[in-house]
Design a protein around this ligand. Structure first.
Ligand SMILES: [Zn+2]
Length: 293
């Protein structure tokens, strides 16, 4: 991924002018080996669980889903001290893990792909360490597990994003923002994962910042952590997310031999965002603060 974004080039001269929505280079991580025996053993259970989750979506009761969730909660909690964990299993195609942390109460709300339902203690321990501390080694273990189980992910777009999707920030909740925009502007038709980018080290003044990016192949929107601060208003984060979502709607056209990432039609759509002018004006006033991260 190599891409500066959010309305970028035509807005702020300080931001560099590289294109949007470039496909990511292939990851080098090798998928973890999943034994045939384990695959066979869990296949039947998984099918049952997925069927049950469908019934839940239709508003029916499915005790096997609740059982799987409470079992997983118990196994994760075994690796945590004095913490409350609430697990919701999902069949989401793009987001395998998303964590909402309520640190003061030591409470964690976790949405996990159903591939984790039968996870062994190595994985549940990694989940616990990841959930509580954002532990880097743990996220590597989980990334390998996700890659090794990508066959469990439904749909055509089966390539697991590999990286973990973190939607809850310190200030802004990307899942809430994305869901809201998807309903308001896109009739819920956008299918992408969204995540905060990696945390960085000591704050410094940067010459440019990639406020957002959209990876076409993986359908992953990444938002820069610089935006997850109290002085950044929600409508500004919304604008950046909205811009990245538009990349799924607008194809990248080639014009005079160059790829055009922000066509006239794209920019016109972007301007339809409710707080467009306000967001642009806010950015101009706070660019220095945004670039210092
Ligand atoms: Zn863009």
């Amino acid at each position: 991924m190599n891409h500066v974004d959010a309305a970028t080039t035509y807005l702020a001269p300080m931001r560099t002018a590289s294109p949007c929505a470039v496909p990511e280079p292939p990851t080098t991580r090798r998928p973890a080996q999943v034994s045939a025996a384990r695959t066979a053993r869990t296949a039947a259970k998984t099918i049952g669980l997925v069927e049950a989750m469908k019934r839940v979506r239709l508003g029916e009761l499915a005790p096997e889903v609740t059982l799987a969730e409470t079992s997983l909660e118990r196994r994760i909690r075994a690796h945590l001290e004095r913490a409350a964990v609430r697990v919701t299993l999902t069949d989401n195609r793009y987001t395998m893990i998303s964590v909402r942390r309520v640190p003061r109460e030591r409470r964690y709300e976790v949405r996990l792909h159903h591939m984790f339902a039968e996870a062994d203690p190595v994985i549940t321990r990694a989940l616990a360490r990841y959930i509580a501390d954002n532990d880097r080694d743990a996220s590597r273990v989980l990334g390998d597990f996700i890659d090794g189980n990508h066959a469990a992910v439904r749909g055509k777009n089966r390539r697991a994003p590999g990286a973990l999707m973190i939607t809850t920030g310190d200030t802004h909740d990307l899942r809430a923002i994305y869901d809201d925009l998807n309903a308001r502007y896109f009739a819920d038709r956008i299918e992408a994962a969204i995540t905060w980018g990696p945390r960085t080290g000591r704050p410094r003044r940067r010459n440019s910042i990639k406020m957002g990016s959209y990876s076409v192949e993986d359908r992953v929107i990444r938002i820069h952590r610089s935006l997850d601060r109290e002085f950044v208003p929600r409508y500004f984060v919304e604008w950046i997310v909205f811009h990245e979502m538009l990349h799924q709607v607008h194809d990248i056209k080639v014009k005079n031999g160059r790829r055009e990432f922000h066509s006239k039609a794209f920019l016109a759509d972007e301007a339809s965002f409710e707080h467009y002018r306000q967001a642009r004006a806010w950015e101009r006033r706070h660019l220095d603060a945004l670039l210092t991260y």
